[in-house]
Design a binder for this molecule. Structure first.
Ligand code: ADP
Ligand code: ZN
Ligand code: ZN
Length: 742
């Protein structure tokens, strides 16, 4: 006999409320997670429908009080069923409770005070507005904010106040001025609305032959009922987005819906506008800054058929489209597609599963595919489509490698090599633009003693404190703040100081070398505000600066036509990381960075500065040789048994008691040895950050080629923990094929 947990009320806060029912023998092979059933409910045994969210062999309640499921709704293709099956998939493959998984796929409506939004629209006709704009432009020193606003309003009917002030950087004074003159209207509205675009036919692009062939191949499969997963490997600037949009249009014309996943960092105004101008208000955008209420509204619109396209980061994957035809994952290799919260699912695998449930097609796209996706394309599991040329026929940038060891020998200790300085001078002279990259994980502003080497750490976390301008030191993990010390707490030396963040130092050096150059810096410090990074990118796109310095966040989103020189200032920093992805991340960063140069009419050049010019990731990215990189990287992964050649299950055990965390981790390691003596176990060992917010963390890694074997180990641990009476003060969670070191 089996027993089912059933929820009768989805889509709001009562998701955790389940009811137990008996699964009658004759229904046993029809009842599965996600299936919609009819059950007798309450005193009067009213027949109502519910969804099965769990199945087990032992009843949790008194069997004599349980009622049986009445029947199974066989024809129901309710979207809820799909989402619950998807939750069951997450629970099984990534490790979590069903409740955590359900909360991941079904947005919970939070009651909240509705916020009013301000919207701006023209108060005069388009013709009059054009005249106003012309008049404005004839004035000397006219307000550029007004110019931007009027230009935008010639394109869109309604503009969000936030969008105008933040992304377009129109000062609110400018807006009020235009309002007073009766040119525009500012209104407060209750509900979230998208900007209503005029579809602009003028911008409609004709696909080139390579793009056309790619799109036709996918559309032909769709028309003949073949549902596959495609990997589009297209060089930077090859016009992948245009291919996506062509297939999207095809699918929408068939009356189906589309989900487009984009890394959050690339969800810029520019990218979003490309979708709006092609598909108008059939498009909706999700972003992580939305409140739960706003997200809920967007999902409701999707369910009601109000929209056909949802663009957003990985959570957009759970948009409740009833007739989903296509899922696109752009920049498929991005680590942000892996969830950092439990269940730690990967959007790529989950998308393929969702597509399987709804009979949809999946398109993955990247200039630097992940090893996972490319190896599947090699094995035929995905279909590989290659775009070898840039969309407008531009040449790829020329690449030069500068050996920093040689620079050092010549006495140059600066972050800028002679060759890079020389080229920068040339470009500044020609009024062309320059981008300089440093890896995010570059030197940070931590405080250390030059005499004894002590690094000042947070007392609650095993991480270094960072020096702030206000004379305090802060922990970026828990917020602990203390006054900066003048002497070393360990040896008493006065030689204690901080290393500035790499980007900040670089900025100073550029300003020193080129005092008249206009420099913009983009890093965690300068992008604190909600739209900080969008503002910087827009300013650079408008040529309000000559040099843009930044971490990899400047690699994405914008097409800067005037950039003819890209400098990768320190290619090595990402090579020295301890995790096995470092080669892949370096290759990706270098390739994407090189791809930023020469997107316009002028040819581009990229300089890679490195201490390891012979490293394969550096050599192959300089040669724009993805296949060469892939061959070496996959051999290395195979040799060491790393994904995708093998799978890894990461298990983290944490507790406020250091001893209990350690003991529990040992117990679990022994359990694994007993359950499956064949798998490789590494650890238990301290986590990468061994203590966080006063909680101690231990990790165990389990390796095997067979994913299902790791799933079984996870299940054994789960049932063990359920029964275990000791060590209740420890927490255990799982991470399959972790992207970051646990
Ligand atoms: P990717 O995503 O592959 O880097 P995009 O789709 O962003 O490339 O395209 C790069 C640039 O080339 C964009 O400005 C786009 O408008 C333009 N583009 C793409 N395809 C074409 C085409 N067939 N003709 C002209 N311009 C194109
Ligand atoms: Zn010291
Ligand atoms: Zn801390």
């Amino acid at each position: 006999m089996k027993y089912a947990d059933i929820i009768i009320d989805i889509s709001h806060e009562r998701l955790d409320k389940t009811f137990e029912y008996i699964v009658p023998d004759e229904l046993e092979n029809q009842v599965a997670e996600g299936v919609q059933v009819v059950i007798p409910f309450g005193q009067g045994n009213r027949a109502i429908t519910g969804y099965v969210v769990g199945l087990h062999d032992k009843p949790e309640f008194d069997v004599t009080k349980l009622k049986p499921i009445a029947r199974v709704m066989r024809d129901s293709i309710a979207i809820e069923s799909q989402l619950i099956s998807l939750a069951a998939f997450l629970k099984r493959n990534y490790g979590s409770t069903m409740n955590q998984a359900l909360k991941t796929v079904i947005p919970i409506k939070k009651k909240e005070n509705e916020k009013l939004k301000k919207e701006i629209s023209l108060n005069i006709s388009l013709e009059q507005a054009k005249i106003e704009l012309t008049e404005l432009l004839t004035k000397k020193n006219h307000a550029v904010g007004k110019e931007r606003l009027l230009k935008e309003l010639l394109d869109v009917d309604v503009l969000d106040w936030e969008l105008a002030t933040k992304k377009l950087q129109v000062p609110s004074g400018n807006i009020r001025d235009l309002e007073k003159k009766g040119i525009i209207r500012v209104e407060s509205v209750r509900t979230f609305r998208n900007p209503h675009m005029h579809k602009s036919e003028s911008k409609h692009i004709v696909l080139n032959d390579e793009q056309e062939a790619a799109a036709e191949r996918i559309k032909a499969d769709i028309d003949t009922g073949r549902r596959k997963t495609y990997l589009i490997h297209g060089v930077t600037g090859s016009g992948k987005t245009e291919v996506y949009m062509d297939v999207m249009e095809h699918v929408i014309n068939m009356g189906q819906q589309v989900i487009v996943l984009i890394p959050e960092i690339a969800l810029t105004y520019q990218t979003v506008m490309r979708f709006y101008s092609r598909f108008g208000d059939r498009v909706s955008i999700l972003n992580s800054r939305m409140s739960p209420g706003e997200r809920f509204d967007q999902f409701e619109r999707a369910k009601s058929g109000d929209i056909s396209i949802m663009v957003g980061p990985r959570s957009a994957l759970f948009t409740p489209f009833a007739n989903l035809g296509l899922i696109i994952i752009d920049e498929e290799h991005e680590p942000s597609y892996k969830s950092e919260v439990i269940p730690r699912y990967h959007a790529r695998e989950t998308a393929v599963y969702r597509a399987h449930l709804s009979g949809a097609t999946v398109i993955l796209g990247s200039a630097t595919p992940s090893l996972e996706a490319y190896s599947r394309a090699q094995s035929g599991e995905y279909e590989l489509i290659t775009l070898n040329n840039r969309a407008k026929g531009q040449d790829m940038a020329a690449v030069e490698i500068v050996d920093l060891r040689e620079e050092l020998k010549r006495g140059n200790r600066s972050m800028l090599s002679h060759r890079l300085l020389e080229l920068m001078a040339d470009r500044l002279n020609k009024k062309q633009q320059i981008m300089l990259f440093l890896n995010r994980r570059g030197l940070m502003g931590f405080v250390s003693c030059r005499a004894c080497g002590k690094v000042l750490k947070c007392p609650h976390c095993d991480v270094a404190l960072h020096l702030h301008k206000d004379g305090t030191m802060k922990c970026h993990y828990c917020g602990f703040t203390t006054r900066a010390t003048k002497t070393c707490p360990s040896c008493g030396s006065k030689y204690i100081g901080s290393f500035k963040a790499g980007t900040q130092r670089l900025e100073e050096m550029v300003k020193e070398a080129f005092p008249s150059a206009r420099v913009l810096r983009m890093d965690a410090d300068t992008t604190k505000g909600k739209d900080g990074h969008e503002e910087i990118l827009s300013a650079f796109a408008a040529h309000e600066a000559d040099v843009l310095i930044g971490t990899q966040m400047i690699v994405k989103g914008h097409d800067f036509a005037n950039v003819t020189l890209v400098g990768i200032v320190a290619a090595d920093i990402s090579l020295n990381e301890s995790d096995y992805h470092s080669g892949e991340r370096t290759f990706q960063l270098l390739t994407q960075a090189v791809g930023r140069a020469g997107r316009g009419s002028e040819p581009g050049i990229a300089i890679i500065q490195t201490y390891q010019p012979e490293n394969y990731a550096v050599v192959t990215s300089a040669a724009q040789d993805y296949n060469g990189f892939y061959e070496q990287e996959i051999a290395y992964r195979g040799l060491l048994g790393y994904p995708p050649c093998s799978h890894i299950l990461g298990i983290q055990v944490s507790s406020e008691s250091e001893r209990d965390a350690a003991s529990q981790a040992d117990i679990l390691a022994n359990l694994i040895r007993k359950v499956d003596p064949q798998v490789i176990i590494m650890g238990p060992q301290d986590a990468y950050i061994g203590k966080l917010k006063d909680v101690f963390r231990r990790v165990i890694y389990v390796k095997d080629q067979d994913y299902d074997r790791l799933v079984k180990i996870k299940d054994s641990i789960d049932s063990f923990l359920l029964e275990q009476k000791q060590y209740r003060n420890t927490t255990t969670w799982f991470d399959f094929d972790p992207i970051n070191t646990l």
